[in-house]
Design a protein. Structure first.
Length: 178
């Protein structure tokens, strides 16, 4: 198990300083600036005795205080997920869902939003679903400065099964077919 740190530094690498250290068994996924540049938001992933704990937290760069915006194990589902803090105070993020057609295994993700008070990093609204898509996962959302256009990766998994004859020694297949 390894620990992660979040560091802050100048644009040319000057004055680096550690601002957040992961606890034992915790890792960070994703990192974005608040619209006013006084906070950062980051994803945390922890595996515990009751399962996976996932949340998005903010950290005040001056006061050093950390606040959890939301916690949901579905933040870790899918291929990458992600979140972005828009200039109007909305945090756009993806949540995974088990794909109804395939049953356990593949995960669909959809975009959600929650308003965040940039002064204290606390939620200022309830989460609201903004897409209802199926058959793919979202990855790494981002937005234009004015927040009018979003961009994200669309990821699909393809699984193939090959059948063939095992050659002597079991090191190779002969006549593998999909």
């Amino acid at each position: 198990m390894f620990n992660s740190d979040i560091w802050l530094m100048g644009a040319n690498g000057e004055d680096p300083r550690k601002i957040v250290t992961a606890e034992q068994g915790e890792s960070f996924v994703g990192l974005v600036w608040s619209p006013d540049n006084r906070r950062i938001a980051y994803g945390r992933l922890r595996r515990g005795p009751t399962g996976t704990i996932c949340d998005i937290a903010t950290h005040d760069l001056n006061a050093g205080q950390t606040t959890v915006i939301l916690s949901d194990p579905k933040l870790a589902a899918g291929f990458g997920g992600g979140f972005w803090w828009l200039a109007d105070g909305r945090l756009i993020y993806s949540l995974g869902e088990i794909a109804p057609v395939f049953g356990p295994g593949p995960t669909d993700t959809n975009l959600w939003e929650i308003r965040v008070d940039a002064r204290n990093g606390k939620p200022a609204s309830k989460p609201r679903r903004i897409t209802n898509w199926t058959d793919f996962s979202l990855s790494i959302p981002n937005a234009t400065t004015d927040g009018k256009r979003l961009v994200f990766g669309r990821v699909r998994a393809q699984t193939d099964v090959y059948v063939g004859d095992v050659l002597a020694g079991g090191a190779r297949l002969k006549h593998a077919h999909a």
